[in-house]
Design a protein around this ligand. Structure first.
Ligand code: NAP
Ligand code: MG
Length: 490
């Protein structure tokens, strides 16, 4: 038998033929207003901003910039809908509306997936197979709870909170909207939601779905804008619950600004998860898990496996297999079904990632990037790893939010565990080993909201999600996700 490594098809310059998703099966309006009280309305100050396609830098559409007065209009509409029909409606009837949203999303799934990839830069394979189906699954899941709330919390009387103010980021635009809106509605609250500035389009299309599902006007309001719009929602005195997903920095600001107001809140913030690979792990599967953990969605994932802790005796093998695998990853057109890594979401995020590439090298770690070509226009980053990183390095401690992996080694389980826990974050983690006992020990001791064993980045609406330490406060998803939108009276 030959001991020569297998020659990959790519070694001969072989390429996949382009397989782009078509864009002729839907339309995007040239301009979008704010979705307030069941209709699209113009912003009071008449200001709009552009949303671009980060893979081409072309403008896709122009979107309303909501002022404080617009946010006030939206909160008033939400309050009126809450006091009117919605809080008095039976759970079974609320459930019917939420099921309808889920079904329309499924019917329009191809359109939503394509728009998500156009507006945010993520590969169509992910939007199609992960973001959109999971968003629909969240609506289905919480629709099912709407008439069963008293069984969810036996011995307690669940009561809705009122108006929920929700602010979401750009990495999973529709999915984050679903995470926030579905449980809020199931529990009888009304909503004012702000999508991120760079990815407003699927939230606006969701507004169309909500209108077409016949929800009473004002139950869901969607206001687009920048950080100030988010702050206006969070600080509005008539908002009863704040749900935020985004950076730890803004999460801190929000926590400070609502302290003492009695508003209930959940914060889903940053992460710096470690994938811990033991020598007895199935190495090929682990390498696939690392790739999925950090290169999935360009590393724009709060629970990304952005650190790799590999047991010393297999470090060379893991790193060499990882480099080989990185060479096969295709970076490019997000609409192409062959693409593994799409565009970085914005110029400013690319700048942040590039500054960390410099920081890593200045700190003395060794950088390796795959040799693939990237398009001339748009925002791109090749998959990158740093070897020889040490625990105090900024690339080990700080969230980069790009396709950049910091690699360290360990000898004993205790050392691996200590290193895994030694960051300010605690959102997620991964363990790769053949031994059940090690899985139990590690999963109990890694201080993170989710720990995956022999897999990574798997999501389900029934499973709670949320962080320890600087990764946030509270849980979303599953039964825990209902608690965040209810008063539980005894
Ligand atoms: P960000 O700057 O915190 O933005 C998140 C959202 O908050 C955006 O809609 C943003 O509006 C808005 N915002 C900005 N300043 C605000 C303020 N003062 N008050 C209220 N809202 C404000 O975060 P990002 O850079 O867009 O997103 C990446 C971060 O999100 C990463 O740190 C990542 O870890 C985290 N994240 C966490 C989770 C989780 O579940 N834990 C999930 C996804 C992402 P603009 O976009 O218009 O500025
Ligand atoms: Mg965009």
């Amino acid at each position: 038998m030959s001991t020569e490594p297998t020659k990959l098809a790519f070694d001969d310059g072989w390429q996949y033929a382009p397989a782009p998703e078509s864009t002729d099966h839907f339309s995007i309006d040239e301009q979008y207003g704010l979705f307030i009280n069941g209709e699209f309305v113009a912003p009071e100050e008449g200001r709009y901003f552009e949303t671009i396609n980060p893979a081409t830098e072309d403008t896709i559409s122009s979107v309303a910039l909501a002022s404080k007065a617009d946010v006030d209009r939206a909160v008033k509409a939400a309050r009126k809908a809450y006091n009117g029909k919605w809080s008095k409606m039976s759970g079974a009837d609320r459930g019917k509306y939420i099921f309808r949203i889920a079904r329309i999303l499924q019917e329009r799934a191809r359109e939503f997936a394509t728009v998500e990839s156009l507006d945010g830069g993520k590969p169509i394979r992910e939007s199609r197979d992960i973001d959109i189906p999971l968003a629909a699954a969240h609506f289905f899941y919480y629709a099912g709870w709407a008439d069963k709330l008293e069984y969810a919390f036996p011995g307690r009387t669940p009561a809705s909170l009122g108006v929920a103010g929700q602010v979401i980021p750009w990495n999973f635009p529709l999915l984050m909207a679903a995470w926030k809106i579905a449980p809020a509605l199931a529990c009888g609250n009304t909503v004012v939601l702000k999508p991120a500035e760079t990815t407003p389009l699927t939230a606006l299309k969701l507004a169309e779905v909500i209108r077409d599902a016949g929800l009473p006007p004002g139950v869901v309001n969607i206001v687009t804008g920048a950080g100030e719009t988010g702050a206006a929602i969070v600080n509005h005195p008539d908002v009863n619950k704040v749900a935020f997903t985004g950076s730890t920095e803004v999460g801190r600001l929000i926590q400070r600004s609502i302290a003492g107001t009695g508003k209930k809140y959940t914060l889903e913030l940053g992460g710096k998860a470690a994938n811990v690979i033991f020598a007895d792990a199935a190495i090929d599967q682990a390498v696939e898990g690392i790739v999925n953990g950090i290169f999935f969605n360009q590393g724009h994932v709060c629970c990304a496996g952005s650190r790799l802790l590999v047991q010393e005796s297999v470090a060379d093998e893991v790193i060499s297999k990882l480099k080989e695998r990185m060479e096969t990853l295709i970076v490019g057109d997000p609409l192409d079904k062959n693409t593994d890594i799409g565009a970085i979401n914005s110029a400013s995020q690319l700048e942040t990632i590039q500054s960390y590439l410099k920081v890593g090298q200045d700190e003395g770690a060794v950088m390796y990037q795959s040799s693939c070509n990237v398009p001339d226009r748009g925002y791109w980053c090749r998959p990158t790893i740093f070897t020889g990183a040490s625990q105090s390095n900024r690339i080990v401690q700080e969230e980069i939010f790009g396709p950049v992996l910091a690699i360290q080694t360990f000898r004993t389980l205790e050392e691996g565990l200590t290193k895994a826990n030694n960051t300010p974050y605690g959102l997620s983690g991964g363990v790769w080993t053949d031994k059940g006992a090690k899985i139990f020990k590690m999963t109990q001791k890694i201080r993170a909201g989710v720990v995956w064993a022999n897999t990574f980045n798997k999501f389900d609406p029934t499973s709670p999600f949320g962080g320890y330490k600087e990764s946030g406060v509270g849980r979303e998803g599953g039964l825990h996700g209902l608690d965040a939108y209810l008063k539980l009276e005894v």
